[in-house]
Design a protein around this ligand. Structure first.
Ligand code: ADE
Ligand code: ZN
Length: 346
């Protein structure tokens, strides 16, 4: 890597905002802002348990992952029609464009919707059309990753995969999310093996609240290519060494970790220690409508709290392009855009 001239600390926020980035860990249902929840509830005649946008926002005081998930699944209940999924994803893409996101890989949770009688084609259709428009109108490339809910059974995951296969060309991979405690990666060994045979990319949430051992089994049993969160690796030095040696990307989400009390304070977040240990760390927003900020806000608050500099920022965004599931020519194009940005700035 070329030597990087210093960016004075007072110019760091401007530099962070301007950097081109890829976002690899965003649950699209977690981008549903309270205003849009109320608009869709009205449009679809869905009753909400909160009287106003403000009352809903005030309920976003989470104590752990489960306390968030309960509200997150309730929020998603307003999504019924293809247009609703389109509107949600389009609102995210507009925010992403403002944050200089060149490429986004969107997680979606179909079981949250199919369990309410919404067809798989409705979910994937709306999201796919928003992805197409993001490319045409905003110049953002994107892809969809179907997540299995780990609090449900592996059999349910298999049924979900079957329902999605008619739309195989519209998603690039599968992930594993929802309640981590008590639901180890091994529970989904057979469905992930099947996804591998189908040529799907594989990622999994591991080591968010769960133990470092879940990161190891996600890698060894599910054969995932990236770990979502993975911050609990900080408690296992041998695992940190392995992640660095094998260049396993971690899609870290600092504001999420703060709001779900994975870390008591951003100044105590392990991101810098992992980065300095050579781990391929990236910064992401997870569920930005619930956790107080989109991608740039995650960068800004993390850099304000930790002793990170411009070289670290460049490392983080390079990692995001390296870890993305794009072809090599596309990746090289992203790297060129990064170099152009650096040349303009420095
Ligand atoms: N689903 C949406 N956000 C999640 C998170 N942070 N962890 C697990 N499952 C999720
Ligand atoms: Zn997540």
């Amino acid at each position: 890597m070329k030597a990087l001239p210093l960016v004075p600390r007072e110019h760091l926020p401007e530099f962070l905002r301007a950097l081109p980035k890829a976002e690899l860990h965003i649950h699209i249902e977690g981008s549903l802002e309270p205003e849009l929840i109320f608009k869709l509830a009205k449009r679809n005649g869905v009753a909400l348990s909160y009287p106003s946008v403000e009352a809903l926002r005030q309920a976003y005081a989470f104590t752990d992952l489960q306390s968030f998930l309960d509200i997150y699944y309730a929020g998603a209940s307003v999504l019924l029609h293809e247009q609703d999924f389109y509107d949600m994803a389009w609102a995210y893409f507009e925010k992403a464009a403002a944050d200089h996101v060149l490429h986004a890989e969107l997680f979606f949770d179909p079981q949250t919707h199919t369990a309410r009688g919404v067809a798989m084609g409705t979910v994937i259709g709306g999201l796919h059309h928003a992805c197409e428009d993001a490319r045409a109108r905003l110049g953002i490339s994107s892809a969809l990753i179907l997540c299995f809910l780990r609090h449900l059974s592996e059999e349910d995951a298999f049924t979900t995969l079957e329902q999605a296969l008619p739309y195989r060309e519209r998603f690039i991979g599968v992930g594993l999310d929802s309640s981590e405690r008590g639901n180890p990666p091994e529970k989904f060994a057979r469905v992930f093996a099947r996804c591998s045979e189908l040529g799907l990319h594989r990622v999994a949430h591991a080591g968010e609240e769960g133990p470092p051992a879940f990161i190891t089994t996600a890698l060894d049993v599910l054969k995932v290519e990236r770990i979502d969160h993975g911050v609990q690796a900080i408690f296992d030095p041998q695992l940190i060494e392995r992640l660095a040696r094998e260049r396993v990307p971690l899609t870290v989400c600092p504001l999420s970790n703060l709001r779900l009390r994975v870390t008591p304070d951003l100044s105590k977040h392990p991101l810098k220690q992992l980065l300095d240990a050579g781990v391929m760390v990236t910064i992401n927003s997870d569920d930005p409508a619930y956790f107080g900020g989109y991608l740039n806000e995650n960068f800004l608050q993390t850099f304000a709290a930790l002793p990170l500099d411009a070289a670290d920022a460049v490392r983080l965004v390079r990692h995001s392009f390296e870890a993305s599931f794009v072809d090599e020519a596309t990746r090289a194009g992203f790297m060129r855009q990064l170099d152009d940005c650096l040349a303009r700035f420095l």
